[in-house]
Ligand binder design. Structure first.
Ligand SMILES: NC(=O)c1ccc[n+]([C@@H]2O[C@H](COP(=O)([O-])OP(=O)(O)OC[C@H]3O[C@@H](n4cnc5c(N)ncnc54)[C@H](OP(=O)(O)O)[C@@H]3O)[C@@H](O)[C@H]2O)c1
Length: 335
């Protein structure tokens, strides 16, 4: 049995999901020969430390670690000082400066720890530098959960489709926008009405601009471009139009002509814009679903769809990344 000591940084929606999923899947992962041991959980208030593994029952009912922290260590200090070999980084996304996640990832990688993350910010701001830091330190940086949540997109291209050349990826990468456009189409309601419905249901933030202006989708386009297309692009290289100008009349007219209007991110075109998609096309999914069409030379077009967000769903992508690190190491050893 291989022991893997893990530190979790960030204890919000995804952090709670990670603690839950690591606990639920403990025996399944043990059957693969891995004992994933969560030795620390850190948020902005401090750290819960336990050499034999943090007890999920002790922390899952707590919104923050304020009342249960066993150490005052925070952020980079905790990452460097704690004896672990893998850091799960799930603090809030900031695509302007990448912090605090960027500093956390730099600290982890430079002390020879693998990083698995759902945080887009550091990758949008500094992908090539983080990748080089990982290579220089002989560790891995995995980020499936940053694009499309549970949708297996990055691993699908990097591993399953490894013999193919990929000419493009187009898709719906933001569930909030997709929900709003779906409701506007179904009910013929204006944007503001569909937005407040989404806010009431907890699908959209109080300040929805990050989603509806296309910023979130553009961040994902940058990550896909840099990681899967070997491009070296920044957020400002993406031509972005959000969904705030889409009207129920435009949606109704499109539908009459056999189309849906969806917010589509396109790589390598580096565009995010409301786009006509034929009804019945595999990427024209509804509600909060995400989708991606991958255009390949050998396999034609492959389409994946799935939940783009959610606590357990995002944690599932993180668990898959963790397991893949140790499977890859075994394959590397064979070669
Ligand atoms: N939620 C989803 O479904 C989803 C899906 C895919 C990707 N993501 C991404 O995953 C990341 C986490 O998302 P989330 O929904 O879990 O966000 P969240 O609920 O806001 O949680 C973020 C956590 O990080 C903590 N934090 C903030 N600054 C910190 C610091 N300097 N050191 C340690 N902890 C710090 C926050 O504490 P306070 O809140 O107390 O400040 C909170 O516990 C984000 O980057 C998000 O974009 C989320």
């Amino acid at each position: 049995m291989r022991d893997v000591k893990i530190s979790l940084v960030g204890y919000g929606i995804v952090g709670h999901g990670v603690v839950d999923v690591l606990s639920r899947k403990k025996s399944l992962v043990r059957d693969m020969g891995l004992n994933l041991k969560l030795v620390s959980v850190t948020d902005h208030t401090g750290t819960v430390l336990a050499e034999d593994g943090v007890d999920p029952n002790q922390i899952l009912g707590e919104r923050t670690l304020e009342n249960v922290a066993t150490s005052g260590m925070k952020g980079k200090e905790a990452i460097s000082a704690i004896d672990s070999e893998l850091v799960i980084e799930v603090t809030p996304t900031n695509i302007v400066h990448g912090q605090p996640g960027l500093g956390h990832m730099e600290a982890a990688l430079s002390s020879g720890k693998h990083v698995v993350t759902s945080n887009k910010g550091p990758l949008v701001v500094s992908y090539s530098r983080l990748k080089k830091l990982a290579e220089d330190n002989g560790v891995m940086l995995k980020f499936e959960a940053t694009v499309g949540g549970t949708m297996p997109l990055i691993s699908l291209v990097e591993r399953t489709l490894v013999g193919n050349s990929i000419s493009g990826i187009r898709g719906i990468f933001n569930g909030t926008c997709n929900y709003i456009l779906t409701r506007m189409t179904e009910e013929g309601i204006p944007y503001t009405h569909a937005l407040s419905e989404a806010q009431d249901m907890g699908i959209a933030e109080a300040d929805p601009s990050y989603d509806v202006e296309g910023v979130d989708t553009a961040g994902k386009v940058v990550i896909l471009a840099n990681s899967l297309f070997n491009m070296d692009v920044k957020y400002s290289d993406v031509d972005v139009t959000g969904i705030t100008g889409v009207t129920p009349q435009a949606l109704a007219l499109a539908k009459k002509r056999g189309y849906a209007i969806k917010l589509i991110g396109d790589v390598p075109a580096l565009t995010v814009r409301p786009t006509l998609v034929p009804l019945g096309s595999p990427i024209a999914v509804s509600g909060t679903l995400n989708s991606a069409a991958i255009y390949t030379d050998l396999s034609g077009t492959i389409t994946v769809t799935g939940l783009g967000a959610g606590s357990i769903e995002t944690a599932s992508a993180i668990l898959t990344d963790i397991i893949s690190i140790y499977r890859t190491k075994r394959i590397d050893a064979i070669f």
